[in-house]
Design a protein around this ligand. Structure first.
Ligand SMILES: Nc1ncnc2c1ncn2[C@@H]1O[C@H](COP(=O)(O)OP(=O)(O)OP(=O)(O)O)[C@@H](O)[C@H]1O
Length: 816
């Protein structure tokens, strides 16, 4: 029976004197947790609960608002647990060995000889294990020394790319006698910059000597220009694999043939050699590094960082990786991630369900299908005579399948209505005549024969780039192989969507079930921890991810570290003239967007520093901007605060953010000026709503216009809703699981955005939610508890602006 414990800490339970604590006191012990600062009370509770969850081999859902030092809390509890566990295990071995030795000294008279043998055998097993570890440690030490030596030599190598390969280069990266570090911690987050931030927090902690490796994709880590210049991830991966295989295949005889060296090197990666990879992996483990310094160091050592970071996995105590690498079985397999007894921490887990579904879904364009069919046919014509009968058969079957999918599109094009077709897996197989084909065999054939790569290479020779612009960018055949794999799933796992449009038609495999891919983690790991700033609605995670496992779950949720008076969350249901309703229909009402102008103008007059305003979509942002330009609101606002705007598809988000920050800071340096800072117009769920911190003056007020509900006519969304309704029970309030999912999806996006403004214990900000729907309990109960608790409702702009003015006046007095 699954038990759920809720050690929830309410914001009111936070000790007020914590805020005044000396934050720079290093090495303070709190509840026996070493911590680089004086920990907040919520951090103490977080660490204690996390430690116990791992100790008791439970699953944990840990919620701590953004900016409350969640990363350090995770590091200081998990690494303490790891250290304690190691000590406990070592002690146990020592005690066992002692007692075994004693048994030998005092043998049982009944079976003396047998016992003695058994005890001796156990002792030697333990000793062998200990020796193996120490042998490995010696080897690592040797590798490190060699790496340092070669690094010193490196300067004299400058410009010499012709690094000689020795016979040891032939061996594979993984050592057959490799010792996998047990009790490994896998820390997963969404982006590389989040992983880098985590690295910086480890460096601050008392555990800065822990052995860490950080994994990334080739596009993040590869330093070979011959590979990085390729335009797609697929080509980067394929080229790297090819060069690496060639490098590993070097034999001794070749090595001695100086003359052949240059020719041979043509098809090899100059940065890959297993010895250097091993040496650099030892260097990685000896010093914590983020991706940038790691890539820089590898460049100097002329060694492949991609394979070095992977080679460091077995011996690492902590492995950092983006969470798509952990959540996909094939990726885990290719990385040699062993889940058994590991602790897996998934941070920023608020969108975990969507991420799992996304990772297991895929899209194939009709035109790519047609091109692939053509390429495959050309390829087959050329190599037919050389193929073994079985491979010829498989090749023909692949061509047949691709052709069937293309014809399916063609048939659907002949029909006038509807343009979107949704199939169960079984129906799609019948429709395309694929039901009788062994798709498992085909996938195996495509993978093992490297067909995708061969066809790609062949087509590069025979087709001109004008044939098709997509031919160089990605291999559709690889996607088709993945589609075949998806089509071997049970009917309940997903759907196939065909969208037929004149301009572009595509097929999308939609993964619906998230619990199946997650189950191996729940089954094999010692503990799985889902952490995030706002994990609400927790029920969704429990129903859709954890229900399949019977393991006990700890729910931990805490308030913020700021005192209540530092936060002003307020909902506004009425503007100057009209009710605020920014639903899709409501937005069409004349005058409604001018209301946004009125509100922003008033708020800009009373808020110091930066204001960040989020719109439900880029379309709504553009419409509003145009309206406010025409109405003159934008002009008036820009006299008080410089206006910055995130544009759809803009690649310059960083530049916009930098200019916005600069403007806010320069306004702070000029008190009393007419222009008091800046306003940033952005989009919920967009580039600036997640993972960006608007601390202190950068975000004194966050305004949210409306609710970002997804388009209800989106067929993928409709199917997900139908699937949830048919598989889960309705909620207590009588809402269907599909409706709940739809609302949750929207509110998660709002919660991510509004959490960005409070980043530390002394920060303060106002949050203004514009829409009458925020006043309803159904919606506002989905806000984070630490915000909901202090939520005020207002139906007048004048009242809102006065409340906000008073709030900042009091904060100014506090800080004087
Ligand atoms: N007790 C503390 N006192 C002072 N500073 C702290 C304390 N705990 C953590 N910090 C610092 O506060 C900053 C914010 O912490 P961190 O980024 O870990 O927050 P977070 O809760 O993980 O936020 P997010 O969820 O947005 O990543 C970091 O620089 C961290 O080192």
């Amino acid at each position: 029976m699954k038990k759920i414990s809720h050690p929830t800490i309410e914001p009111s339970q936070i000790m007020p004197d914590t805020y005044q604590a000396n934050l720079h006191f290093i090495g303070k012990m709190s509840d026996e947790f070493e911590f680089p600062f004086e920990p907040y009370q919520i951090q103490r509770d977080f660490m204690k609960n996390l430690y116990e969850t791992i100790e008791q081999k439970k699953i944990g859902i840990f919620e701590s608002p953004t900016g409350t030092g969640k990363s350090l809390s995770i590091i200081c509890s998990v690494l303490k647990w790891q250290r304690d566990q190691k000590e406990r295990e070592e002690k146990e071995i020592r005690e066992k060995m002692e007692s075994l030795k004693k048994e030998v000294d005092e043998p049982d008279w009944v079976n003396e000889q047998y016992q003695q043998q058994k005890v001796q055998q156990l002792i030697s097993e333990k000793q062998a294990a200990t020796e193996k570890v120490s042998r490995r440690q010696k080897r690592v030490l040797k590798s490190r020394k060699r790496f340092k030596r070669e690094q010193n030599k490196e300067n004299s190598w400058e410009g010499d790319v012709g690094v000689r390969y020795s016979s040891s280069d032939c061996s594979s990266d993984s050592d057959p006698g490799e010792i996998e570090y047990s009790n490994k911690i896998y820390y997963c987050s969404r982006t590389h910059s989040q992983l880098s931030q985590f690295i910086h927090e480890i460096k601050k902690s008392p555990y800065s000597t822990v052995k860490v490796t950080i994994l990334g994709s080739r596009s993040n880590l590869c330093i070979n220009p011959a590979v990085t210049q390729l335009r797609s991830n697929y080509l980067v991966n394929e080229r790297c694999l090819e060069l690496r295989q060639n490098s590993a295949a070097t034999n001794k005889q070749e090595e001695e043939e100086e003359e052949k060296e240059k020719k041979r090197r043509k098809g090899k990666c100059e940065f890959y050699s297993s010895r250097k990879v091993r040496d650099f992996s030892a260097h990685i483990l000896s010093e914590i590094q983020d991706i940038e310094s790691l890539v820089g160091g590898a460049g100097e050592a002329r060694t492949c960082p991609y394979y070095s970071t992977r080679a460091a996995v077995p011996e690492a105590e902590v492995v950092l990786l983006p969470y798509n690498m952990m959540l996909h079985r094939d990726q885990r397999k290719s990385l040699n991630v062993r889940l058994k007894d590991a602790v897996v921490i998934i941070d920023e887990a608020h969108n975990l369900i969507e991420t799992i579904n996304e990772i297991h879904s895929l899209t194939i364009q009709e035109k790519d299908c047609v091109t692939t069919h053509r390429k495959l046919s050309l390829y087959l014509r050329k190599v037919k005579a050389r193929l073994k009968p079985i491979n010829l058969l498989h090749c023909k079957q692949v061509i047949h399948c691709v052709s069937q999918i293309s014809s399916c599109f063609k048939k659907l094009h002949t029909q006038k209505q509807p343009r979107t077709y949704l199939f169960t897996i079984g129906d799609f197989q019948t429709k395309t005549d694929l039901a009788d084909i062994n798709l498992f065999d085909l996938v195996k054939f495509i993978r093992e024969s490297h067909l995708a790569q061969k066809v790609q290479g062949y087509q590069d020779d025979v087709m001109t780039s004008s044939d098709d612009v997509t031919i160089h960018s990605r291999s559709v055949l690889a996607d088709i192989a993945s589609l075949f794999t998806c089509l071997t799933n049970a009917d309940t796992a997903g759907r196939v969507l065909l969208v037929c449009e004149t301009e572009s038609s595509y097929l999308r495999y939609i993964s619906l079930k998230s619990e199946d891919p997650f189950l191996p983690l729940l089954r094999e790991c010692r503990s799985v921890i889902l952490a995030g700033g706002t994990m609400e609605p927790v029920g969704e995670v429990q129903q859709q991810l954890l229900a399949a496992s019977s393991r006990d779950v700890t729910l931990f949720s805490c308030g913020h570290v700021i005192p209540p008076q530092n936060l002003l969350p307020i909902t506004l249901s009425h503007g100057e003239e009209m009710e605020l309703n920014f639903s899709f229909e409501g937005r069409k009402r004349p005058g409604i967007l001018q209301e946004v102008g009125n509100i922003l103008l008033q708020l800009c007059q009373v808020v110091p520093g930066g204001v960040v305003c989020f719109f439900p979509s880029y379309q709504c942002l553009t419409d509003c901007k145009t309206t406010l330009q025409r109405s003159g609101h934008l002009d008036k606002i820009s006299k008080i605060k410089t206006v910055f705007c995130d544009e759809a598809g803009s690649k310059n988000s960083d530049g916009i953010l930098e200019s916005y920050s600069k403007r806010v800071r320069s306004a702070r340096a000029a008190p009393g000026a007419v222009n008091t800072g800046a306003i940033l117009l952005s989009v919920l769920g967009g580039r600036m709503s997640e993972g960006i911190n608007f601390s202190d003056d950068l975000g004194r007020c966050v305004v949210v216009v409306g609710l970002p509900f997804a388009n209800p006519s989106d067929p993928v969304l409709q199917e997900k809703i139908r699937y949830l309704d048919s598989t889960l029970k309705s909620t207590e309030e009588g809402r269907t699981p599909g409706q709940t999912y739809y609302e949750n999806k929207c509110m998660k996006s709002v919660n991510q955005a509004i959490g960005r403004a409070i980043r530390h214990a002394n920060d303060f900000a106002s949050i203004v939610l514009l829409d009458k729907r925020y006043g309803t309990e159904r919606i506002n109960k989905k806000l984070p508890a630490w915000i909901r608790k202090h939520l005020r409702h207002s139906s007048s702009l004048q009242h809102t602006s006065q409340t906000v003015r008073d709030f900042f006046k009091e904060r100014r007095e506090d800080t004087v």
